[in-house]
Design a protein around this ligand. Sequence first.
Ligand SMILES: [Zn+2]
Length: 449
Amino acid sequence: MTTNLLPRLVLGTLALCATAASAATTAFVNVNVVPMTSTEVLRAQTVVVDAGRIHAIGPVDRVPVPEDATIVDGTDRYLMPGLADMHAHIPRQDGSELDRVLTLFAARGVTTVRGMPGAPPHLDLRDALASGERFGPTLITSGPSLNGNSVSGAGDARRQVAAQVAAGYDFLRIHPGLDRAEFEAIAEAAANHGIAFAGHVPAAVGLSGALKAGIATIDHLDGYLAAMLPRHSPGNGGYGGFFGSMLADDVVVERLDEVVAETALAGTWNVPAQTLVEQRIDSTPAAELAARAEMAYMPPATVRRWQEVKASQVADAAYDADTAARAIALRRELILRLHRANGRILLGSDAPQVFNVPGFATHRELKLYVAAGLSPYEALVTGTVAVAEFLDSDTGRVEEGRRADLLLVDDDPLADIRNAARIHGVMLRGRWYPEHELEARLKALTSTE
Ligand SMILES: [Zn+2]
């Protein structure tokens, strides 16, 4: 899947940087804290942020507010960790579309994204975001896509892995079309270099092969339905439409336990991108999806193209609406079972792709995890605590010493997952962006053509 080049919009440059509080001292006073260390909410707290880190947390009457601090009134509000979206498409070129994607994620409380796939300009972009020179989430970036077209043979695969490691990418991105020898060469070279590889399950490799080779994340639940077909079936390993969805009638449901156990044993994480798949294959009319309020933040030509993609998906001769509904239900069941097996689900929406507006799609993805059977707390774990474990990062919890990537929301996100989207302000690496500033940045993205 590639990010199409979108028509460039000329947007006025925002002169908002000057109004944002610098990464100095900020105090959230009298706030309810959702620390994500347990399901407990800490009431009436003061949280002091200094030099980009959480400096102190405690009851309002015990934690002094530093004199020079910017004070944020937290009364009746909830302070939670910023969210991470582990499957984002970051435009390759600098310009208005890159600004759009970064702005949308950050304004919707996504403070870390994993770029799938990356490109050479993303290495400097990663630094500019980390230093705060550029507005947007922290970027974890893969190298350019390794796929059937970009890799020719095992030797070339090893050479490309070494080159990507030398360039400084965070991990390797796998796309379809690799043969078994190429995939195994990538896995072996990745292990030697100590870099992770993640993404699709090549049809020639299959789910078991990818798990055994040590793939770090499987994205979109790729390969799962194919792996649940009857043994030795001719379709085994086949693609079966969008992420195997049209295989749903043929799978052996009892094999769900097998694939879940195999995944748990391998320790592999899954990034479901369920919102992308549901929007692509469910029976919601494309016009209805195109009418969602958040589409105002995408170029109209992009939304029209998304409508065409959805229309051609459901017009395909191999498409069947009932099968699609079963595929969606099966995928939700997989998400729940994988979560229960060892909790190795990472929040990821796959935006911007077909009706997935960055940030807004992240919150839709959270709602789908709850629809699949996770509690709001468990759903939030996938975008906070679990990501910190996966990346070995010092984010994902509201705790002293952690990086201050935070989200202030209007009501309790543990009571209703939709509350995580009721954003009053976002803190990126210690820098506070109140609601009015985020709104101004979003408004600047709207356009009639
Ligand atoms: Zn993708």
